[in-house]
Design a protein around this ligand. Structure first.
Ligand code: SAM
Length: 280
């Protein structure tokens, strides 16, 4: 079934090492307010499960962005430190009550601090998967949990086709252009990304065997709500406004044609492992 892939279309294909695309990786702050307003939060059941599987309440949130996930962990009783390289996103997160240090996770200086969980909401694909896992192993207490998670979104086929058509038109040479790839379920398309995260954890060493947890949910979007969120995707943040407008027009027409609203089916997937007693 055709898919629309908010973060995969926002991320280069995993074989291209997304974390090396720094311009896109740090582009989300171009409209931090819109980002925070429109991006969906993570399932409460996921937050609870990560907390219950961690030895304590100290959480480092990698790629905290505007603080979406950080605020959810705070609300559940955790003490959260965000690590975020884009100062515009970090400013927004601070204003919303999240403590943030501005750095990439790879370059961030933990200064001896230790955490019970290192989480990352839709951000770990922008981090070097091996160096990131090795850094997480360094800052986690024994038994502490590394838990990057991503939303996987499956849209109606009409919408995915319209988005692919428009993107092919406005950015035919972009490494984000997946429109010529064979179509499959969004979860199938994300599996190489999740495998890469798990491989990075294994290669870094010092962790239990990675597991994958999945939380299914859905959300209905009106045309306006979806068109409000669309420009926050990494595949669009760097495009000139006339090209973004063309994508919005094409996708908006597709939503009109199916009745003016649609239901997005989401799976939020966590790839997770616990720090072993000793790091290598
Ligand atoms: C798609 S946003 C996700 C933001 C937030 N976690 C959320 O769930 O809404 C990805 C974030 O990762 C940040 N990022 C990119 N490269 C990073 C790196 N190497 N280390 C830490 N964060 C990074 C970006 O600046 C951006 O704010």
């Amino acid at each position: 079934m055709p898919t629309i892939e908010p973060e995969r279309s926002a991320s280069p294909p995993s074989d291209l090492k997304p974390h090396q695309f720094r311009q896109v990786a740090e582009s989300f702050g171009v409209d931090a307010e819109r980002y925070d307003r429109t991006r969906p939060p993570y399932p409460d059941a996921m937050v609870t499960r990560i907390i219950e599987a961690s030895p304590g309440p100290d959480v480092a949130d990698v790629g905290t962005g505007t603080g979406t996930a950080a605020r959810q962990f705070q609300a559940a009783g955790c003490k959260v430190l965000g690590v975020e390289p884009d100062a515009r996103m970090a400013d927004f997160a601070r204003r919303s009550g999240v403590e943030v240090e501005v750095a990439t996770f790879e370059a961030w200086e933990p200064a001896g601090r230790q955490f019970d969980a290192v989480v990352a909401g839709t951000a770990w694909h922008w981090v070097d998967p091996v160096a990131g896992a090795a850094k997480a192993a360094r800052v986690l207490r024994p038994g502490g949990r590394l838990a990057p998670f991503n939303h996987v979104a499956q849209a109606p086929p009409e919408l995915a086709d319209a988005a692919a058509r428009a993107y092919r038109q406005v950015a035919p040479d972009s490494p984000f252009n997946r429109s010529n790839q064979p179509r499959g379920s969004a979860l199938d398309l994300y599996q190489p990304l999740f495998a890469k995260i798990a491989d990075g954890i294994r290669e870094a060493g010092g962790f239990s065997e990675p597991e994958q947890w999945q939380f299914d949910w859905e959300r209905t979007y009106s045309r306006d709500e979806w068109l409000d969120q669309l420009p926050t995707l990494g595949s669009l943040t760097g495009l000139p406004s006339d090209k973004v407008a063309l994508v919005l027009a094409e996708v908006g027409a597709a939503i009109d044609a199916i009745g003016g609203s649609f239901t997005m089916t989401y799976a939020t997937v966590v790839v997770t492992a616990a720090r072993a007693d000793r790091t290598p």
